[in-house]
Ligand binder design. Sequence first.
Ligand SMILES: O=P(O)(O)OC[C@H]1O[C@](O)(COP(=O)(O)O)[C@@H](O)[C@@H]1O
Length: 327
Amino acid sequence: MADKHSQSSSLDRILTLEIARVTERAAVAAARLRGRGDEKAADQVAVDAMRQELNRLPIDGTVVIGEGERDEAPMLYIGEEVGTKDGAAVDIALDPLEGTTICAKNLPNSLAVIAIAEKGSLLYAPDVYMEKVAIGPGYPPNTVALDATPTDNVNSVARAKGVEPHEITVCILDRPRHAKLIEEVRATGAAIRLIGDGDVAGIIHTTDPDETGIDLYLGIGGAPEGVLAAAALRCIGGQMEGRLQLNTPEKVARAAKMGITDPNKIYRMEEMAKGDVLFSATGVTDGNLLAGVKFARDAISTHTIVMRSSSKTVREIKARHQDLTKF
Ligand SMILES: O=P(O)(O)OC[C@H]1O[C@](O)(COP(=O)(O)O)[C@@H](O)[C@@H]1O
């Protein structure tokens, strides 16, 4: 008999747990190549493993944020159909290995990530850059905005949190394009956590500042990663805005093909990931929120966070996999 949840959304409740298996498998595959200096190989095994597991899910799924356009990515490309076709029609955003360089160097916070949403609910973002601002839950609406200056955003978060600006920590990708941003944030007195890669994790980290030490995320990263982060924040709570960096006629044309008519539009979190959304991330390398995969003689351990926006349920799954033939 249909329950309250299955009536209100086409996403079957069972998927909220099944989805964990998808990121677990990808994370274990990538973890076997941690620290080997080979980004491509680590990404490839994660893609293979995620695709295999995804094709076991009872869904009629279409990849809308994936490994790239059809002609440049042989697997999990944008438009690829996945799942057994027995279940709901859903859109999927995925990154089998978010932070390929982090994994190749065995540094913190590389993840296997996926979001599943009702059809038409995720922003079909081209693979361009996106400017992002994000904070976790518990702040009044409009505490941060892309139209505000970095200084205003830092001061606003500090005010809302009831601390001084120098007691705020801002996460920013360590890139030359952020030189001015970094200078301005430092002038407010705020601390900066510079990360080498991995802004999906950087944004999720704003949701638990006590654990991660990060209050605010600012800067420009990948647009696909922006949609994935927005899906995660929709489930945990928080605020985020994103603006695609469509700074050439070629990018404007690519975006237009995907239905984006206003190149300067600022997308709110709820516009990047609408309706009911499921999200799962498994740690590949050890991180601030998720532990990395651990290998032992008789078991493999994984640490996953699984969430659903309609119920706002956030589950942490620490799994010990003893049937090693599956991996
Ligand atoms: O390295 P760039 O070009 O600045 O792009 C930033 C993007 O790259 C990442 O750091 C890592 O992406 P990959 O997993 O594809 O290597 C993302 O988290 C981020 O959004």
